[in-house]
Design a protein around this ligand. Structure first.
Ligand SMILES: *Cc1c(COP(=O)(O)O)cnc(C)c1O
Length: 376
């Protein structure tokens, strides 16, 4: 057959998530930890990797890792679900609580995967945009929950890509006003140090998401986890891919989780670097910087997509371009890197903006002289 039957009609509206794998010398686009896993842990990975029975399927529920995570959070193992990155768990949540005829409340601008996964699962998305300062419009959310027809709410806290932390009383109000599942996505918990964990005992509908991809340097291995009521976890195990977390990832995540104090110094350093980054960006003319509780900073600059392109082409610095996203016109997001990476980014920004300023002045001079000639 030289023809192909089309896939589901819904796919027409979707574009592959970041299909292009752009490389640069300074990678500040994905909120990864700029440092690889510390050497002593890498050494342990490789020693243990020699003894993994790769011919055998992994433990579907990553039992040992699950126990460690449960214990650290004062919970039971059946309150924990490990996934192939947080992204897989978000998809599982929508498979189980979303679907045709069911509704998600999304608070854009926010993490794009919520809307994408809703689209893939046929879940209706109710968008309640954030305010101009990216805080959640609490009144709108509580009002929309009143009819009782919402099935799931997703709240990134701190929010990605804006870095905004939600007010805890508002999150509690949301939990109190609905029986919908409420995901509080704490992918940046290790940076914000804010968690809704203490509220789990009172709210059966609270689900917390964490990941090994950001603070713990394991973006390449794909591991994340949910903390939730055992009934929620039980439902999710019905829709999840049984062997999604491979043996090597389970082992590495276990070693990292056991040794997580080793990451503390690096996290504190990244927080200091974030302050440097905010300070440096604020000093630039024409840049508006938004406060962040995570390891990235959102900023606004006129002609953002041109700035993005010049950073990449001329300075080999890759940041994330959000300028086409609704509510984020002219916004770019830069991840907190090493001191050197931040230096290169800021130097690039300074060069691009000074050059633009110079050519603006030149352009004005040229226009002025043309006018003079035309008038003459
Ligand atoms: C990075 C991120 C995740 C999960 O990332 P994984 O690499 O799939 O674990 C989840 N939510 C938000 C808001 C994120 O920024």
């Amino acid at each position: 057959m030289d023809r192909l039957r089309p896939p589901r009609a819904e796919l027409e509206a979707l574009t592959p998530y970041e299909a292009k794998d752009v490389r640069a010398e300074v990678m500040l686009a994905s909120n990864e930890n700029p440092a690889n896993v510390p050497g002593e842990l890498l050494q342990k990975f490789s020693e243990r990797a020699m003894h993994i029975p790769y011919n055998r399927y992994p433990d579907p529920l990553a039992g040992r890792l699950r126990e460690l995570i449960a214990e650290a959070n004062g919970l039971e193992p059946d309150n924990v679900l490990v996934g192939n990155g947080g992204d897989e768990l978000i998809f599982d949540l929508l498979l189980a609580w979303g679907g045709p005829g069911r509704k998600l409340i999304d608070l854009p601008p926010t993490f794009a995967m919520y809307g994408i996964d809703a689209g893939m699962t046929g879940t209706e998305v109710i968008e309640l945009p954030r305010r101009a300062d990216f805080s959640i419009d609490g009144d709108a959310v509580l009002e929309r929950l009143k009819p009782g027809d919402v099935d799931i709410v997703m709240i990134a806290n701190p929010n990605n890509p804006t870095g905004t932390l939600a007010s805890e009383p508002l999150l509690i109000d949301v939990l109190n006003s609905t029986d919908a599942l409420v995901l509080v996505d704490e992918a940046y918990f290790e940076f914000s140090r804010h968690t809704m964990r203490p509220h789990m005992s009172r709210h059966q509908n609270l689900v917390i998401l964490r990941t090994f991809s950001k603070a713990f340097s394991l973006a390449g291995l794909r591991a994340g986890y949910l903390l939730a009521h055992e009934d929620v976890i039980c439902e999710l195990t019905k829709v999840r891919q049984p062997y999604s977390v491979n043996r090597f990832t389970q082992l590495a995540a276990e070693l990292v989780f056991r040794e997580r104090p080793v990451f503390e110094a690096g996290i504190s350093q990244l927080l200091r670097h974030r302050d440097m980054l905010v300070h440096g960006l604020s000093a630039l003319r024409e840049v508006t910087v938004y406060p962040s509780e995570a390891n990235f900073v959102l900023f606004k600059v006129a002609g953002a997509s041109m700035v993005w392109r010049d950073l990449l082409r001329e300075h080999s610095v890759l940041v994330r371009d959000f300028s086409r996203a609704p509510g984020l016109e002219d916004c770019l997001r830069v991840s907190v890197g090493t001191e050197e990476e931040i230096g290169r980014f800021l130097a690039g920004m300074d060069e691009i903006l000074s050059r633009r300023h110079a050519s603006d002045l030149f352009g004005m001079a040229a226009t002025a002289s043309r006018h003079t000639k035309e008038e003459a």
